[in-house]
Write a protein that binds this ligand. Sequence first.
Ligand code: ASP
Length: 308
Amino acid sequence: MRAIVVHGGFGDLNEERIEGVRTSVETGFSILIQGGSALDACEKAINVLEDAPVFNAGTGSALTLDGQCAMDAAIMKGSTLNIGAVADVRNVKNPISLARKVMDETDHVLLVGKGAEEFARIMGFPKYDPVTEDQRQKWRHLREKLAQSGQIKHWKKLSRLLRSHPELLQGTVGCVALDGSNEIVAGTSTGGVFLKLFGRVGDTPIPGAGTYATKYGGASALGIGEGIMKTLLTKTVVDLIRNGISAQKAAEAGIDLLDNTVKLAAGVIAIDRKGNIGFAHNYENMLVAFRNENMNDLIISGDEGYSK
Ligand code: ASP
């Protein structure tokens, strides 16, 4: 059974974003159907979302407190537990492809900051500025708002800040794919939380936090990375799948765990080795799209219901 699920983060369920997840799933699914690997399907599906400026990954990523674009990404293969990840990386167009190079071309798991960028140049990734004018304007606006309320000094209290400014959380993008050889691959790519502190790394590139896959299942998370790291959300979900829980129930149990412990906003998507798909979230408007071989078309879900 070949299957793919993607998430496009939290936020507006507008046409552009809906079209973005549609194209992403169609791209990944057609790779799978033509006999391609889950690794290619996952990477290419995420590239589509990274290249669309309406998602918080690659071009159009959220900006840090000092107005920089500092992105995180990871990709993981379930059969081998091989994972490649990058964190705090700038001036790269497609961080998920760079993460794949870390996995394929090095013995390391995670490259950070300047080192990751130097590696990108060695691997032939040209210098690229992912900052968009829209995000620059939003950054100016949010900085002003926060400065007026004196909250800039209290960044430590991220959850309090997010309660008064929910627009800071846009959600990341991610994908889980299962191919005809039963390989499961999970990937996630993000600009992180808007106005994050320089140097802050979220859950996305941390194995078992934002991204995880084994031969039993795979998962990708979004939301406030600090909560996802503390609960190891994707590892939790994949372990539950291994214990025979359905992908849907496992995703719900993962989000319950966050609700009962750290109480921070999050969402998660998952696939089991039979191609069953699950997703759950505790924050509004999570955009998800998925398809498996038993379906004639993909399904797109936001809080306003399903659409085909
Ligand atoms: N999980 C990402 C992070 O904390 C951000 C997000 O999903 O919006 O970096």
